[in-house]
Write a protein of this length. Structure first.
Length: 122
């Protein structure tokens, strides 16, 4: 949908009137411009309700997403440091005790631990 809006905006920007002497070919281009404008207006009319719905969803979930990122951010950062490439891991599994494990695929290349940064407290 985002690409469609950008394409429509670029097309509308390119439809600026050209000042020249009017000839028969200019009239043909004017009709083509008008047709393109009508098509783009129709597309914008169809897209507008979807854009409004998306904006409402963003307004509704925006504060919740902020809280989610603040709460989960540090844990997610640690996970991303420990996982070399997600393609080497299977689906997460929940154990009966509530733990969630993510198993590494057996055919994945050997895991290389990242070098520790800074001093390590013992």
């Amino acid at each position: 949908m985002h690409k469609t809006v950008i394409a429509c905006a670029l097309t509308l920007a390119s439809l600026q009137p050209v000042y020249a002497e009017e000839t028969d070919t200019d009239q043909g281009f004017s009709l083509m411009e008008e047709g393109a404008k009508l098509i783009l207006r129709g597309l914008m009319d169809e897209i507008e309700p979807n854009v409004q719905e998306l904006q409402e969803l963003i307004e509704e979930f925006g504060p919740r997403m902020d809280e989610f990122v603040i709460a989960l951010g540090p844990r997610l950062e640690t996970l991303l440091e420990l996982v070399d490439d997600f393609q080497y891991y299977g689906q997460p599994e929940m154990l009966p005790n509530g733990d969630i494990i993510i198993r590494r695929d057996p055919d994945a290349p050997a895991f290389v631990w990242p070098e520790p940064q800074g001093e390590i407290e013992l």
